[in-house]
Design a protein around this ligand. Structure first.
Ligand SMILES: [Zn+2]
Ligand SMILES: [Zn+2]
Length: 358
């Protein structure tokens, strides 16, 4: 089959590779659409971060070059021995996490924290979104509701990252939030907060078209840190209290600092972003206020919830799609666009291995 393979930093090739083997309990998905994620771009420009290059991944036993693409939708074309929930022709999304099933995290249901976790699209051996086929365990495969298109369904994965972050924060209807950054995950966070009944959503985003995207996603206020003192503005809008929760999606010092300074005493800062280098932090800023900083990683058990939000229209998936391209053009039209001068304009670039879909 044809696939986009990550060889090394700045080296992704479109090549013929062998189709993934369908094992017991798995379904084989013919990919319709797959999104390019910020973490794919990180692996392209500065990797490897999670792609195994020196020793094979303990679960997949595979090593670079690996098929990329972890945000995908498609059609079931083959079912493995013992599969009961799916039949050929079903429209599905695959959850890309592959876990051991035996460790303490897996046994307690928090499988996203499995120490030996692998991911389709980074860890090899399962095909992936940027190829013609992927194999996924039955338990990590979900049917797409009738009213949701394959294109929108390909957004399930990044939307679920945001949904999990709001659930980690125990965010409740009527609460207030600050979202730091309005890239794809920041916007998805705004969407999930609004869907959860947020009373007020304030956004930090420097001047760019992303400010408009944030407003369209439902942000009540969007502030540029170069223009205003955001913690001060947050207090003005919250009766001098501060927001209940802030969500850090920028991976930059200013996002972290603004988050800590804008939450109320006993408030929570959720770290959703990946950090390329350490930042400065004075623990006194949480000591005197009993503020909480917590991390959020991927998701667990939440794909069906996201698909329900897409189904009933509380999240409109199509607004995230800014470009649709053919797999052969993924480097030039996809990755290079996402690091080029017009990158801020783009939210989700969708890729298909099937030219007839474009
Ligand atoms: Zn992703
Ligand atoms: Zn495990």
């Amino acid at each position: 089959m044809k696939a986009a393979l990550w060889y090394k930093k700045n080296d992704i090739r479109i090549e013929e590779t062998k189709e993934p083997k369908l094992n017991k309990g798995q379904v084989k998905i013919k990919v319709k659409w797959a999104g390019i994620c910020g973490s794919d771009v990180h692996e392209y420009t500065s990797g490897p971060f999670v792609i195994p290059t020196k020793t094979p991944h303990p679960l997949t036993k595979d090593i670079a070059p690996v098929v990329m693409g972890h945000e995908f939708s498609g059609e079931v074309v083959e079912i493995g021995e013992g599969v009961t929930k799916f039949k050929i022709g079903d429209r599905v999304v695959g959850e890309p996490q592959i876990v051991c099933g035996k460790c303490n995290s897996c046994k307690s249901g928090k499988y996203n924290l499995c120490p030996s976790i692998a991911c389709i699209g980074f860890s090899g051996n399962s095909g992936g979104g940027f190829s013609e086929y992927a194999v996924v365990n039955e338990d990590f495969t979900y049917k797409i509701p009738q009213s949701v298109s394959y294109e929108e369904a390909a957004l399930t994965e990044p939307l679920t990252v945001a949904l999990h972050s709001t659930r980690r924060a125990n965010f409740k209807a009527g609460q207030t939030a600050l979202v730091l950054g309005a890239g794809p995950i920041g916007l998805a966070t705004i969407d999930c907060l609004k869907a959860s009944g947020a009373k007020l959503v304030i956004v930090l985003q420097r001047k760019s078209i992303r400010q408009e995207y944030a407003k369209k996603a439902g942000a009540d206020y969007v502030f540029d840190p170069n223009e205003v003192n955001i913690p001060f503005e947050v207090r003005k809008l919250t009766e001098s209290i501060g927001v209940d929760v802030a969500f850090e999606t920028t991976g930059a010092q200013i996002g972290f600092d603004t988050g800590i300074d804008s939450i109320k005493p006993d408030g929570t800062l959720v770290i959703t972003s990946l950090w390329e280098s350490p930042i400065k932090f004075n623990p006194n800023s949480i000591l005197f206020t009993e503020k909480t900083i917590l991390g959020t990683l991927g998701y667990r058990h939440e794909f069906p919830m996201t698909l329900a939000l897409l189904k009933d229209g509380r999240i409109e998936g199509s607004k995230y799609i800014t470009k649709k391209i053919f797999l052969d053009d993924i480097v030039e039209e996809g990755f290079k666009t996402l690091i080029g001068p017009h990158r801020k304009k783009h939210l989700k670039i969708l890729v298909t291995p099937d030219k007839s879909l474009i």
